[in-house]
Design a protein around this ligand. Sequence first.
Ligand SMILES: *Cc1c(COP(=O)(O)O)cnc(C)c1O
Length: 368
Amino acid sequence: MIPVSEPAVTEADVEAVAKALREGWISGEGPYVEAFERDFASSIGSKHAVAVSNGTAAIDVSMEALDLAPGDEVVMPAFTIISCVQQVVRMGAIPVLVDSSLDDWNMRADQVADVLTSRTRAVLAVHTYGLTADLDTIVAACRPHGIPVVEDAAEAHGLAYKGRACGSIGLAGTFSFYSNKTLTTGEGGIVVTNDDDYAAKLRLLRNLGFNPQQRFVHERLGWNLRMTSLQAALGSSQLQRLDAAVRRKREIGRRYRERLQCIRDISIAPAVTDFTENSYWIVGLVLGDSHPDANTIREELGKKGVGTRPFFCPMHLQPVLRKAGLFEGAVFPVAERLWERGLYLPSGLTITDDDINTVCDHVEEVLR
Ligand SMILES: *Cc1c(COP(=O)(O)O)cnc(C)c1O
């Protein structure tokens, strides 16, 4: 079986974690977490980085720190992961969805202005599958109303929007270090921001609302979302190889494109757009109508030993959100199409060029 993604862990990574262990730095406090935050912030060009236990937690604290009230609205793409929605809904706020583009699978930035209301408190812009959302258009729609933009950059490690690091452009950027992400700490996440007050709030929220002035006296409820020193040691080690990892991802993407280009009636994400150069977090494809749907093709590929994953199931189709009375009658044709007809191929950092060729042989056979 060629797995859809395997983490790339080196001897240097093992040594870095062992060093933290030997020194007894294992909790969420101490020099390893501080060093990782500092190095990650500087790699992005942001002033602050607040490490947390996963990418979903990074979004949760980012939304909580906006102090959303019931009935407030947060704009985001329909085509995304449930992580974007959870804390918004828990705060009684309303996710307002926009559709995605068939060209680059990212949210329709041009539709953001149309859905802003007097209750809009934020836009959560998601950079999807290695390409960026069109942030300038989103920021231009939001700025006159003072609405902050938060970037979900979980899939955008080492990616730039018009030359600026993803995550550094909005009020805040959230990252995931889950095992299939381009930089991994197994589980892990981080929020970057240039805003001092917002950063202080994030630190408070991830650490039980502990008051830096008076320990065990709490002004606000938080969570324990601290990243451990072992994760941070791994993250610092991985960060040193991030540029090389992104280069390899682009090479993987280039090889797939060369082979897949000639298959009729499928679409693959472009290598470049007006805003960015694809970092191929994953190599996906969307099947045209002359092919069976993605589930059928994934099953065929599975029989041949090719691991795949489906694309996101859009938020307006999520049973848990529909049951909560959200998105009644909502239709987002492109998001729905991506869900029905999209899948991604093995594209982790450990895949060999031979494996890519084998995968492409099987894709050709199955789609012939
Ligand atoms: C992976 C991912 C997350 C969630 O990160 P976890 O670390 O798995 O919680 C959030 N948003 C996007 C776009 C992701 O790809």
